[in-house]
Design a protein around this ligand. Structure first.
Ligand code: DQA
Length: 151
C-alpha cells in the first residue's frame, strides 16, 4: 500500500471563533466558518484532507492534541494569544511528534512586543504571519512538501 500521508488537522485557539467581529485591520472580515471553507478548498486542490477544531479552553486544546497521533499526519495551528505564553500547549504539541506549521492572520512581528514571542515556533517546520487567510494555503503547501516521500 502506498504511504499516503495527507490528513491535516487545522486547529484554532482562543478567540478565533470570534473572527468576523474582531478588528478587521488585523484579522480581515471572514468568519471562522468562511475561513475553514476556504482552507478546505485549498486543501483539496493540494490533495490534502482536512479536519477542523477550535476551542477557547486550553485544556480542551491540549487534550485534542493528545488524541492526534494516528488520526492526523500534520497540524496547522493558530493558537491565538496562547501562542505567546502557553507552555502546556507547547509540551502537548511536542508530544504529538507530528510536523506542524504555526499560522497567524495578522503580522504579529509588527504589533505589540508580546506578540513577537512564540513558545511553539521552534517545534514547528514553519511559521507564517501577516498573510491573512492565504497564510493557511502557504502552510498547507509547506506541509505537503514535508509529507511527500523523497522530498
Ligand atoms: C493571532 C495573533 C495573536 O497575537 C492574537 O492573540 C490572536 C490571533 C493571529 O491570527 O494573528 O488571537 O494568532
Amino acid at each position: 500500500m502506498p504511504d499516503v500521508r495527507n490528513r491535516i488537522e487545522i486547529m484554532h485557539g482562543v478567540n478565533l471563533d470570534q473572527l468576523g467581529r474582531r478588528d478587521p485591520d488585523h484579522y480581515g472580515t471572514l468568519t471562522l466558518t468562511e475561513l475553514e471553507l476556504q482552507i478546505s478548498r485549498h486543501a483539496s486542490e493540494l490533495g490534502l484532507l482536512t479536519r477542523f477544531f477550535q476551542s477557547n479552553h486550553e485544556g480542551e486544546f491540549v487534550e485534542h492534541l493528545h488524541g492526534l497521533p494516528g488520526l492526523a499526519d500534520a497540524i496547522v495551528l493558530n493558537p491565538g494569544a496562547w501562542t505567546h505564553y502557553a507552555y502546556a500547549l507547547r509540551d502537548a504539541l511536542e508530544l504529538t511528534g507530528l510536523p506542524a506549521v504555526e499560522v497567524h492572520l495578522s503580522d504579529v512581528d509588527a504589533r505589540e512586543e508580546f506578540r513577537r514571542h512564540s513558545v511553539l515556533s521552534d517545534l514547528c517546520v514553519g511559521r507564517i504571519a501577516g498573510r491573512g487567510p492565504d497564510g493557511y494555503r502557504d502552510a498547507l503547501t509547506l506541509l505537503r512538501e514535508e509529507l511527500t516521500p523523497g522530498e
